[in-house]
Ligand binder design. Structure first.
Ligand SMILES: *Cc1c(COP(=O)(O)O)cnc(C)c1O
Length: 231
């Protein structure tokens, strides 16, 4: 567990260095610790050094941990693919959804969001690499889904998210993140009030921050490697 606390400090130092290299304040990047496949005790270790935002990909697994950690005031981010029959538990238990990629899911999330909670924060996931196997909407479909999402009463569209094609080529990393930033800027120019670019993971957070990321989603660099079976 000491390792997780040390890793947290190292990740924060990487974020601080990347912000400083781009002349951005450190406070402009929010760290979401991606705890999928890791137990509640690992999350507590991160909480002990001040972490509050956690990302999960699998609904059943997440609900167990959210229940086990209900004594802590945490912010839960759903970042995995969404099956329509899971929209209700997601809308009931999470504060953010980063992986919205179709209208049907948006409608279900809005309908299922409990009235006593604030609107659910959502980001639209964009397929910036154009890989056919990737989730996320095509760049040319983003504006349409954004308009539909903004019309739903129980959702608050905050911005865009992407998982780019993995590459060690920094220029290619940056080009994909730039595509996402430009899409968001275009939506803002068209009148939408967006403040979030959810981009950057353990291997590419520096490139993401250089291109304007406001939320990095970091798993491996905090919690260590995951069981391959569940990625
Ligand atoms: C697993 C996952 C992450 C974290 O990836 P690491 O490379 O472990 O930092 C971030 N975003 C999404 C959507 C993920 O599924």
């Amino acid at each position: 567990m000491a390792t997780i606390q040390n890793n947290m400090q190292a990740v924060k130092a990487r974020i601080a260095a990347a912000c400083s290299a781009s002349g951005r304040p450190e406070s402009s990047v929010r760290l979401v610790a991606v705890s999928k496949t890791h137990p509640a005790e690992s999350i507590r270790a991160a909480v002990s050094v001040g972490q509050r935002d956690f990302g999960e990909n699998y609904v059943q697994e997440a609900l167990v941990k959210i229940g086990a950690l209900a004594d802590l005031a945490l912010v839960w981010h759903f970042i995995g693919p969404i099956q329509s029959n899971k929209a209700r538990p997601i809308a009931e238990s999470f504060h953010w959804v980063h992986s919205l990629d179709r209208e049907k899911i948006a409608t279900r999330l809005s309908e299922a969001r409990p009235g006593n909670l604030p609107p659910l924060n959502v980001c639209i996931e964009v397929n910036v690499s154009g890989e056919p196997s990737k989730s996320g909407v095509a760049p040319q479909a983003v504006a349409g889904l954004a308009r539909q999402t903004c019309a739903l009463p129980r959702l608050r569209l905050r911005g865009l998210m992407a998982i780019p094609e993995p590459t060690s080529d920094i220029r290619l990393q940056r080009r994909q993140f730039r595509t996402l930033r430009e899409l968001k800027d275009e939506l803002v120019r068209s009148g939408l009030d967006l403040d979030t670019l959810s981009m950057g993971m353990s291997a590419d957070m520096e490139a993401a921050i250089a291109e304007g990321s406001t939320m990095v989603r970091i798993g491996t660099a905090i919690f260590g490697p995951r069981d391959n079976a569940r990625a």
